[in-house]
Design a protein around this ligand. Structure first.
Ligand code: SIN
Length: 364
């Protein structure tokens, strides 16, 4: 199945919104010919990137660019996620916006992709609009810069009116498209690093099985979570289990004021037995604890009772950084639900919210 482009001349203000967040795609190397890998991310404006991409769109369709930030994404903050999420949520409701492309650093693009999927994926699907995250592995002035092709592919996918182009939150790299929820950077330098291990389709030849799996995943999403205000994000840390792990690290975090902990466990999401008592004590104090895996692929088992776990929820197939975002959103949503519930009434807990965003897509 091939994608097609429509004419948008009937709506004079129709445009694609291009939001710049920074990253290598906006990076510059001092000596691009001999050392393209020595560069500073976030130095080129998003307006300049669109010019460099030189994309030709259907007649009547414009691209409006807005610089949200220009950072190396290792410095991504929750404050920026809130601003980006709110901008996208509002823009989706604007009839003149036919879709949105976000240029982003690849180092933490999986966090942003998962966040957007959780807070506005459902609405984008209902409206039939696509939000596409993209970036690059080579800086803008490298001889074989991959950013221009990634931007051009993203804009075309957003503008496509083919029925092979459903609404939702996606990512495009190296000629491939995947659900943004599935992003996970698994290589330090490969051009397709952010989606190497994801379920993808070639962008110019959308595969029917990929499309079916996208629709199935989206059908299980059901609802969007609230976006926390800039300073309202719960504090959640990631704790990796490893050989020689000591209870001291769990005890340290349990007394820090943290709201939640994501265990980056071994194998199926297990952890060192030296952590068991300290983790159970932390959970007893009200710290939200979930299990993910440090392996890099595959789901975490739902129940690890046989390995001595005391019932910590599984993060499904979410990587530790994505599980962290999911837990932050779940704790925040549960707090909001509690505020509005009548005294004595039942309300959804963080475990309920977390299971819906992390585990339901796995057990559907
Ligand atoms: C970044 O994440 O901002 C730098 C690395 C990249 O974009 O590939």
């Amino acid at each position: 199945m091939t994608s097609s482009l429509a004419s948008f001349s009937s709506s004079p203000n129709a445009h694609i919104l291009l939001l710049g967040m920074g990253g290598t795609i906006a990076g510059l190397a001092d000596d691009p010919q001999t050392a393209p890998d020595r560069y500073e991310a976030g130095r080129v404006s998003v307006e300049a990137l669109i010019e460099q991409a030189g994309v030709s769109l259907p007649s009547g369709l414009k691209v409006l660019a807005r610089q949200m930030a220009n950072i190396d994404s290792r410095n991504l903050s929750e404050l920026l996620l809130t601003r980006l999420g709110n901008e996208i949520k509002q823009s989706l409701e604007n009839p003149a916006v036919i879709g949105i492309v976000v240029t982003h650093g690849t180092d933490t693009i999986e966090e942003t992709g998962f966040f957007l999927h959780a807070v506005c994926g459902n609405r984008a699907r209902e409206l039939g609009k696509r939000v596409v995250l993209t970036g690059a592995m080579l800086p803008a002035n490298a001889p074989k810069a991959d950013g221009p092709a990634n931007i051009s592919d993203s804009l075309r996918w957003v503008a496509s009116t083919s029925e092979d182009s459903p609404g939702g939150i996606f990512a495009v790299f190296a000629g491939k498209v995947c659900l943004a929820r599935d992003l996970a950077k698994r290589h330090t330098s490969a051009l397709d690093a952010p989606l190497q291990d994801s379920l993808c389709s070639p962008i110019r030849l959308i595969g029917p099985s990929w499309l079916a799996s996208v629709r199935e995943m989206q059908a299980s999403a059901g609802f969007d979570l609230a976006i926390p205000a800039e300073t309202d994000w719960p504090w959640v840390e990631i704790l990796m289990s490893h050989a020689g792990a000591r209870s001291d690290s769990v005890e340290h975090w349990a007394s820090s004021g943290v709201d939640g902990l994501v265990i980056a466990g071994t194998g199926q999401g297990g952890y060192h037995q030296s952590w068991r008592a300290a983790l159970e004590k932390a959970a007893g104090k009200g710290i939200a604890i979930v299990r993910s895996s440090r392996t890099g692929a595959g789901p975490v088992s739902l129940d690890l009772a046989q390995k001595g776990d005391f019932g910590t929820p599984s993060a499904g197939d979410l990587s530790p950084p994505k599980a962290r975002i999911a837990l932050q959103l779940a704790i925040h949503s549960a707090g909001e639900a509690k505020k509005i519930a009548q005294t004595g009434a039942n309300y959804l807990t963080w475990q309920d919210f977390f299971a819906r965003i992390a585990v339901l897509p796995e057990i559907r």
